[in-house]
Write a protein that binds this ligand. Sequence first.
Ligand SMILES: [Zn+2]
Length: 61
Amino acid sequence: MPLYEYMCLECGAEFEKLVLRAGEAEEVRCPECGSGRLEEQVSSFASVSAGGAANCAPSGG
Ligand SMILES: [Zn+2]
C-alpha cells in the first residue's frame, strides 16, 4: 500500500496520505495550515508499537 507520511515544516503537523501516483504527491498540502513545505517520509506498512506514544493532543473547544 503506497501510504506516505508527511510532516509539515511550517506547523509540524503529521499526517498520512495515500499516494497512488508519484505526481499526485505534489498536490499534498498540510491539512492544518495548508503549507506546501512537507517532508516526505516512508511509512512502513507494518505498524510496530515501539515503546508508547503519548497522546498529547490539544483539546479543541
Ligand atoms: Zn502545517
